[in-house]
Design a binder for this molecule. Structure first.
Ligand code: FAD
Length: 331
């Protein structure tokens, strides 16, 4: 392998039913910065059936080039189909870096592609950088259960690959986008795919994706019980938002694990984050510090959360929350 032959940054533009996943646009936002630092092209890779109409969205979010692989066999995600198409394109065009969102699909696809290409993969990253001279990717991820952050460089192989957590980067919209859309040839036979998607059905349970919520009312140990979370839910409902929590609230069994914010939970960046009875440990703050407006309610004015909050309300939740809800209802 001649490393110098591999240039440019690719982003896998995940779509489901023709709808682009937010993480794809976030990766383009960060990829744009890294591509400018290296002076290389940023390419979005779009696979699916009849998805050409969403290529423009990728161009308007920072891609210089959109490669569209349109084929009926790519309608539904399959590990075999998507892996083959991506690996064929990588062999043909030799990108230096390939980013994939750490979604359910990305966590399946990334390792398969990297194994097939015999290159490394840094999974579930929370920060990315590049060395301008060498083109080396520096991918940072929590290690040892989140006790330390490891920055990993795969210097010997190309492309350098990383899957990246949804919610950690901001998407960037460009006004005067100048991008190229190219339909690529798809060399895929039905026999290349060893699985068949028989039926696609939606999960019946209401799953709240807190990384998408505009308003989050988050509770910690100070909430005191599962029953008290009903008050947080009431406030969230009034504000059209979602309930989340600290690890202490999850470990107490008051709310579901999928609602944990922080280093070992989800990264969120809502317009408003209301932290109720949360002390503001570094591992929690890591997951919410990029929220636009942070409101903290805590009885301890010296709790660390108060120093990251835009509005700090010192008081007992049992008194502050009912008043807060009453005031919101009057708006
Ligand atoms: P506490 O720290 O106990 O704080 C409770 C707060 O509630 C206090 O500030 C108190 O003053 C206030 N309070 C109590 N009663 C009231 C009341 N009636 N009214 C108002 N305020 C009140 N944590 C996460 O959240 N997310 C993570 O992803 C995460 N990952 C971790 C990874 C590792 C490797 C480790 C070691 C820890 C991790 N933690 C994580 C745990 C983290 O260190 C803290 O222990 C945790 O965030 C504390 O949760 P808390 O703020 O709810 O509880």
């Amino acid at each position: 392998m001649n490393i110098a032959d591999y240039k440019g940054i690719w982003v896998f533009a995940e779509q489901r039913n023709g709808e682009l996943q937010k993480v794809a646009l976030e990766l383009l936002g960060e990829g744009r910065k890294l591509a400018d630092k290296l002076g290389v092209k940023l390419t979005a890779l779009l696979l699916g059936e009849n998805v050409g109409n969403i290529a423009d969205v990728l161009g308007k979010h920072g891609a210089d080039e959109v490669l569209v692989a349109d084929n009926p066999l790519l309608k539904n995600y399959t590990t075999d189909g998507y892996t083959k198409v991506i690996c064929d394109l990588v062999h043909e065009r030799k990108p230096g870096i390939l980013f994939i969102g750490a979604s359910f699909i990305g966590r399946d696809l990334g390792p398969r592609v990297s194994a097939r290409l015999q290159t490394g993969l840094t999974a579930d990253c929370t920060a990315l950088d590049v060395e301008a001279e060498s083109g080396t990717l520096l991918a940072t991820r929590p290690a040892f259960g989140g006790n330390l952050m490891a920055t990993i460089a795969c210097e010997a192989h190309r492309p350098q690959m990383a899957t990246v957590r949804p919610g950690v980067f901001a998407k960037v919209e460009t006004e005067n986008a100048d991008y190229k859309v190219e339909n690529v040839e798809v060399k895929l036979e039905a026999s290349d795919i060893r699985t068949e998607v028989v039926e696609v059905f939606k999960e019946v349970k209401d799953i709240v994706d807190i990384s998408e919520a505009k308003v989050i009312v988050s509770g910690g140990r100070g909430v005191g019980s599962a029953e008290n979370f009903a008050k947080l839910q009431e406030l969230a409902d009034e504000l059209g938002g979602a309930v989340a929590g600290s690890r202490a609230a999850i470990e107490a069994g008051w709310i579901d694990k999928s609602l944990q914010v922080g280093q070992t939970g989800k990264t969120v960046r809502p317009n408003i984050y209301i932290a109720c009875g949360i002390s503001g440990a570094i591992q929690h703050v890591a997951g919410m510090q990029d929220s636009d407006v942070i409101i903290a309610i805590n009885k301890d004015e010296s709790a660390p959360i108060m120093s990251v909050a835009d509005y700090a309300i010192v008081g007992d939740l049992n008194k502050v929350l009912p008043e807060f809800i009453a005031q919101v209802k009057e708006l």
